[in-house]
Design a protein around this ligand. Structure first.
Ligand code: B12
Length: 292
């Protein structure tokens, strides 16, 4: 994928006249930098944000990146799941630049963050987890790969179009002891793209600190992620007796998510949403149901 487009390149890519591209740039619809000679140059981040903002599907932008005809054809058809194996390979090699390009390609082919996460980002992580558990991948290889994916997800934020602020705030946290935080970065990016202000407290947040943050920041949404709560009863008590009352006192909605969260804890947890999938965020973060 090119990193910088000239006005002519961009016009060709978007099937418009060069003068249209120049007008968009002059009216501020798409940002560019100028060369010393005054020519417009459009960084890939601006191009992808512009394409998302205007809900344009430009799979050719993604296809340009790959030489394999099969991959190109799939991307043009919107099948972004074909990007999962190359992402896994790049992550295992610790290649952040390549991982980021793959995510950008996915976003260009299908401008939908939640499907990018579930079709492209999560499958390699699950595979890597299986291979580690089966003893086929060393801990250092697993750490390097998951860290590369995490960093690529974080860096992708600069290519994500953000809707104007909706005036809502979300507080995100991993339950205490919990180190699996990649999903929180994904949730943060999605909410920011939807116009939320996000405070991501990250890995292993003590319950009392989470409660303090809720009281201080008065969010409309609290999202907690937990993979492996060591002491199940303590986890249920912390959510039911501390986090839920703190959130509800302020009219905030509480979402608790993690693998098998519904089947393991669904009927025991006091929460507005108990979720096992990031795809539920569309409902969880629907601003129509949030207090202003
Ligand atoms: C990367 C990784 C790590 C990294 C985490 C790095 C980081 N910065 O996040 C490190 C190295 C720290 C790590 C440590 C451990 N890990 Co680990 N890890 C993984 C791995 C490979 C990927 C995790 C990940 O990001 N998955 C992708 C995300 C998106 O999945 P997810 O978080 O579950 O989210 C999904 C749902 O749960 C849901 N969801 C989750 N939270 C929320 C919240 C909301 C609000 C919503 C709506 C939805 C939602 O949405 C997502 C799907 O759409 C997984 C493999 C796997 N299958 O996930 C193993 C895995 C989770 N780890 C595992 C284990 C055993 C461990 C350790 C105990 C290993 C050890 N002996 O030390 C420790 C525990 C650390 C701790 N205290 O938390 C096991 C867990 C098995 C189990 N269920 O008991 C797994 C499944 C590997 C395996 N196949 O065995 N790990």
């Amino acid at each position: 994928m090119k990193r910088i487009y000239s006005s002519r390149d961009l016009a060709e890519l978007l099937s418009v006249n060069e003068s249209t591209v120049k007008r968009w740039s002059d009216t501020g619809y798409i940002s560019c930098v100028r060369t010393k000679g005054g020519h417009r140059r459009f960084p890939i981040q601006s191009v992808i944000r512009f394409v998302q903002e205007n809900k344009m599907e430009v799979p050719e932008l993604a296809a340009q990146m790959f030489s394999s005809r099969d991959l190109q054809a799939n991307l043009v058809a919107g099948n972004t799941d074909v990007l999962a194996p190359p992402l896994k390979e790049a992550a295992l090699a610790g290649d952040l630049a390549e991982s980021l390009s793959i995510l950008r390609a996915g976003l260009a082919a299908k401008p939908d963050l939640l499907s990018l996460y579930s079709d492209v980002v999560f499958p390699p992580l699950v595979d890597i987890g299986h291979e580690w558990a089966a003893g086929n991948l060393t801990v250092d290889a697993e750490h390097l790969a998951s860290r590369t994916i995490r960093d690529a997800v974080v860096r992708l934020q600069s290519s994500v179009y953000r809707k104007p602020s909706n005036g809502l705030t979300a507080v995100l946290a991993c339950y205490e002891g919990e180190l699996h935080e990649i999903v929180l970065h994904c949730i943060a990016s999605y909410l920011q793209a939807e116009g939320w202000a996000v405070l991501n407290l990250g890995q292993s947040t003590p319950v009392d600190s989470l409660v303090n943050a809720i009281r201080r920041r008065k969010p409309q949404l609290v999202a907690v992620s937990a993979h492996l709560p060591e002491h199940e009863r303590r986890f249920v008590r912390a959510i039911n007796q501390k986090v839920f009352p703190a959130a509800h006192r302020l009219g905030a909605r509480l979402a608790v998510g993690g693998p098998e969260m519904r089947s393991r804890f669904g009927d025991r947890l006091r929460a507005d949403f108990v979720s096992e999938s990031i795809l539920d965020l569309e409902t969880i973060a629907d601003p129509r149901h949030c207090r202003k």
